[in-house]
Design a protein. Structure first.
Lengths: 249, 249
């Protein structure tokens, strides 16, 4: 299992990804799912992955080594792409190439070829963008109306995002709400776990401002979890008793 | 879509169910999913359903009219069952009967035969119990360690239950937290919607203490939603800014 969330607000981009992978509940490991492709001053690109690990790793390797062109064009790397849109298209093409290569083996083993990616960043003077790329290689783009995208186990952590994140939200508030969303997911689903990788890029900086791994026991995140739990308890205590009972109605 | 939650705490049982059904996004209706089988002073039984509506309705009708016995026994109704366990078994048998009857038609139409039920209550002097019954007719029972069960779109509303409900939780606090869980689900998933049916039974009462439909615009539920949103906003504002940024680190 996996949970990754990307938040694209006015001031910049936040990406958060857990690191737990499992092939069955008895085979749990830690793998990095958030990958950065940076050339400071030229481009910042962040790619977070969910789904079959062998496929997402192959997609990553292919994006670095080069994805075969469709009409005998030379292989293209993600670093060569001139725009975020073209780079997202290349991620989609890499997914389709890996599917072609692996299909027979996956079908024989009755495995599902499911992967998804969050891909965000900025190249040169074009706007900062955030995409969600599906197993079929198609993709959608994050909009101002709902300035976040999620992959993996997205449902547990969605209510807080729906309520608390707007396009105008401060960049570090977006990071904070994203971490609360991650915490909610981890508490309710053992398939999502620490450490957590986070990255932040401010619009126009063309570099990451944060690139950090939150390990188990780190005091800020521990404090955030405790404060959030205490606040939720206080919040539901402060709501009046339902008026439907025998003493209320 | 559907969301139903049952909470079995020390003082009693709470059941909450939405009423939205949809056959495609363009065919949305309101159907009662929470059904009560009461004989005051003798038994109180609550059954909430999720999944294919034609199947859950047939199961309900069969439980009322009688489920055929397996070895030529006479048909059995849910009201005849002497214990909650036997009644849960009968629900399971009704599901299997409906599956047998409908299988051919469903397969021809490539429809999924998925249903699930929450079934809780108390008969005579036996303890109050709560079960979740699956499509195959098998079931699990709610325990003190996790005193709630959910069917349907359960993920959005699980984080608040995980944090706020214990076996010792007050009965009407359990109802309140259940309503917050329902609110979180409705905000994040259009397939779950008002009105909401709620029922409460206190241990030993052998009757419902609340049997109410919350309609859109009802002031208590509206107030609960507003207060909860405001409290969440205040809660994440009160958490300190992440220390990872350039000014923080």
């Amino acid at each position: 299992m996996t949970y990754c969330v990307g938040l694209l607000v006015e001031e910049g981009l936040v990406m958060i990804a857990d690191t737990r992978t499992n092939a069955g509940l008895d085979n749990i490991s830690t793998y990095r799912k958030l990958h950065l492709f940076n050339v400071a001053g030229e481009r910042v690109m962040m790619l977070a992955s969910a789904g079959n690990l062998s496929m997402t790793q192959s997609v990553l390797s292919m994006l670095t080594e080069g994805v075969d062109g469709s009409d005998g064009e030379p292989p293209q790397t993600i670093m060569q792409q001139p725009t975020m849109f073209k780079a997202a298209q290349l991620v989609g093409r890499a997914i389709r190439r890996v599917r072609e290569i692996e299909r027979e083996g996956f079908e024989a083993a009755n495995l599902r070829m499911e992967v998804s990616f969050l891909f965000g960043g900025q190249i040169g003077e074009e706007p900062m963008r955030l995409f969600m790329i599906y197993s079929a290689g198609n993709f959608i783009e994050c909009s101002r109306d709902a300035p976040f995208l999620q992959i993996g186990e997205h449902k547990y952590g969605k209510p807080i995002l729906d309520r608390a994140v707007k396009y105008e939200t401060d960049l570090y508030d977006a990071l904070k709400v994203g971490l609360v969303s991650m915490d909610s997911t981890m508490r309710s689903n053992l398939g999502v776990g620490l450490p957590i990788d986070i990255a932040v890029s401010r619009v126009g900086a063309l570099d990451t401002e944060v690139n950090h791994r939150i390990e188990a026991g780190e005091s800020y995140f521990h404090d955030l979890r405790e404060r959030w739990s205490a606040a939720l308890r206080a919040a539901h205590r402060a709501i009046p008793r339902p008026p439907y009972g025998p003493s209320g109605a």
